[in-house]
Design a protein around this ligand. Sequence first.
Ligand SMILES: [Zn+2]
Length: 378
Amino acid sequence: MTDIYHGFELLLFKKFSCHPEVWYGLRKQIQDKLEKSSDDIIDINDIVQKVPQELWYLSVCLHRQPKRLIQLCKHDSKQQHRLPIDNLLTTYVELYKITEFHLDSIFKFREDRTLPKELFRCYNMRILSLKYNCLEAIPPDIGRLRKLQYLALTNNRLQIHSLPYTLAFCSKLKTILLDNNQLDALPGFLLEMSGIETVHRHGNHNYFKSTFMWYHTDVDFRIIPTSGTNVLPSTSPDMLQFLAAKTIIGTRKDFFNDPDVAGILKDYIADIYSLFNVCSHCNGVTRTYLKGYKVITFKNPYLGNTCVPFMHWTCSLECAKALEVPARQEQIKAAYMLDSMYEQYIVDCQRQFGSRHQPGLTCPCVSSEDNTNSCTIL
Ligand SMILES: [Zn+2]
């Protein structure tokens, strides 16, 4: 059976990260018991009984995964130096080679819904489910998960800018569930992800209803000027590290997987990634407080659907037109192709039907024994 990392475990490690004393206290209690035990088997019932009510996830963890916590304590005691609190989660996950993370319904709307950065350093993660969490953004660190195959984000509060381009670095991703969010269209970078096989998207602003209104409009209506955010720019000159990060973001290359980019710079880029918009045409990078253009394009067919809208961002009207005009021509060409395929299908059906049913003959779909119900082709 596959080992799964559950929501209550995430809440516990989030607590350890913010309040290391909780981990130190638990570790001491378990290690004291291990020292007194001759066969490494310990009874943790009295530890469970002392857990305060607000740490319910610790109780659940001790009940459902006692071996995992005991194993983590044993592993920690073998280390020459104690495990840094920042590495606890990844060590725990690696000890059990966990690849599935079922983290549905762990956050409520008014709670701190920050996903711990360590979660995105579980490099063997293949399945990540974050349904029903009121999430408003996915951290750019998601791009570190290069083995991720399945990502469920159903029932959150995600908008188009909540999904960072770094998601495109997850080249093994096959399935992404985006149902019941606040998207107006799918993010344009999904079109670059050739491995994607399934995208669920129903329940987003009445399934992109407003966006589909642009389907029959001309080019100007599919290019929407944006005013930028109201954050005022800093008057001090940009730091060299900031400029380096900006340049790397503009390349759209997987910097997480690039050995030439220092680890500390990767962390810094991930931290400031959401400050920028990257032009989908020229890769120009601008701060989000600056004006730009949203561009709607339609892809038909897309993953078995006749037509799906995508949203892109461009730095200028020229870039917007350079992106939109060819996309629209391709869409019209694809629509004609679909129309002609459909017409050919009708012709083929009529031909087959006509060859089977000569005028005046009884329809073979009705039994010859039941002549009262037989139909005559006129
Ligand atoms: Zn541009």
